[in-house]
Structures are given as structure tokens and as C-alpha cells.
Write a protein that binds this ligand. Structure first.
Ligand code: ZN
Length: 185
């Protein structure tokens, strides 16, 4: 397959793929199975982030990676707000396999307090907020530092979202690259 599967033991990450559960903004599973895929370039950058996170005694918990173009339409139908959901006509970097949603876990595998949950589409999720408790700002800065040092770029409105620079040079992909195995019907 064109995409690389992100899973232990090859990638020392914790997987919490919310779109394979009902615990996402649509309230129902979008993925048929909990499968995290990334373009090989993004997989390499994630491997660097794994090493950097380990350096500060943390691990990465991944919420989403490749999101087939069809899935982007389903999210858009629920929340047609381009600040939080990429317009599927333009395409999401997730649908190019070069974006990842994630957080940091401490040495006991507890998620670091980030002030909001994943996919909390509110201003509290924006980067660069100075009105959050210092510890939360520090945690977000840790994740930001790890990801940027590993070659990712941040997105101003979502602390959990990172993508490769110039993501538009990668093609949009449909579920056909997984053999149609990822999406629910
Ligand atoms: Zn994202």
C-alpha cells in the first residue's frame, strides 16, 4: 500500500482513533476499524517525534492520521465550518496522508492536561493563548516544540493538529488506497 501503518511495535505510540468510535464530533463511527495510516514522509516525521517525546519522558497518543476524502465529506456535513473542518472541495491534509492529530502522555500513560479535548472546536483550542493556566501552556508548548523539531507545522486553531509543510503537494486520496477497508458504509 501507498501508506505506512502507524502502530506498535514499529511506532511506539498509543492509538486512540476517535473516528473508529462514536466518540467524535459526528457521534458515530466513521472508520470501520482502528487503522492509522500516514504517507511515508509523514511516518518518518512521526518517528522523529516519537524519539523527541521519549527524550522528555513522554509518548504520543494519536487520534487520527489518514482520513479518506469521503470521510472528510461526512465531517463537513456535520460541521461545515472551514476554521475547524477543511472544506472537502479543497481537501484536508488528513486526506493527503500528511496530517496527524495527537497529544502527549506522561510516563504513566496519562494524557497531559491540554485545556480542551481533541476536536473541541472552540477558541480555547487555539495556539498561543496566554489566558490558560501556565501548566497547560507549557504542555502545549512541549507538543509544539517536539512536532516542529520533528519537521511538522502547526495549525493556529487546533493544538492537536500537525501537518507536513506544503501539504498541498501531496495528492488527495480516497478510501480506495486502503482497498475500501477503512470507512464504514
Ligand atoms: Zn487534524
Amino acid at each position: 500500500m501507498l501508506l505506512t501503518e502507524i502502530a506498535p511495535p514499529r511506532f511506539d505510540v498509543d492509538l486512540d482513533l476517535r473516528y473508529a468510535t462514536a466518540d467524535n464530533l459526528t457521534g458515530r463511527p466513521i472508520y470501520h476499524r482502528a487503522l492509522c495510516l500516514l504517507h511515508p514522509d509523514a511516518a518518518s516525521a512521526l518517528a522523529r517525534a516519537v524519539v523527541l517525546a521519549r527524550g522528555i519522558g513522554c509518548r504520543l497518543r494519536v487520534y487520527d492520521g489518514f482520513r479518506p476524502a469521503e470521510a472528510q465529506w461526512r465531517l463537513w456535513q456535520v460541521l461545515p465550518d472551514p476554521q475547524f473542518i477543511a472544506d472537502p472541495r479543497q481537501g484536508s491534509s488528513h486526506s493527503r496522508g500528511v496530517a496527524v492529530d495527537l497529544t502527549l502522555l506522561d510516563a504513566e500513560d496519562r494524557p497531559l492536561e491540554m485545556g480542551t479535548g481533541f476536536d473541541d472546536m472552540t477558541p480555547q483550542s487555539h495556539h498561543g493563548r496566554t489566558d490558560l493556566p501556565a501548566l497547560i501552556q507549557r504542555h502545549r508548548a512541549c507538543l509544539l516544540g517536539i512536532m516542529v523539531a520533528a519537521g511538522w507545522t502547526s495549525y493556529p486553531y487546533e493544538w492537536w493538529h500537525y501537518q507536513l509543510p506544503a501539504a498541498g503537494r501531496y495528492p488527495l486520496l480516497s478510501d480506495s488506497v486502503t482497498g475500501g477497508k477503512l470507512l464504514t458504509t
